[in-house]
Design a protein. Sequence first.
Length: 103
Amino acid sequence: MTDPMKIRATMSGDKVEVKVLMSHEMETGQRKDSKGAAIPAHFIQQVTATHNGKVVLSAQWGPAVSKNPFLSFKFAGGKPGEKVSITWTDNKGEKRTDEATIS
């Protein structure tokens, strides 16, 4: 299992600013190990952010995203004390969901 995401959700004027640091190797599938064998691709494909059951961000990623990716976005309609949930799914079917409270 991967490490938890580090999520910070804060009010910025009338919008919620969300910053997420994800822990994932993000292997492209193009590198080779010390014996010359290809290292299999392993990367996040889908990222979804929800607030009060509503999707506020949906993204499709590929192997070009860096290791331990950082994501930052803003959305309207949040209030302090409410929760924001981030979910990612990778190309091997692994999934992780974490949440943060808006401050």
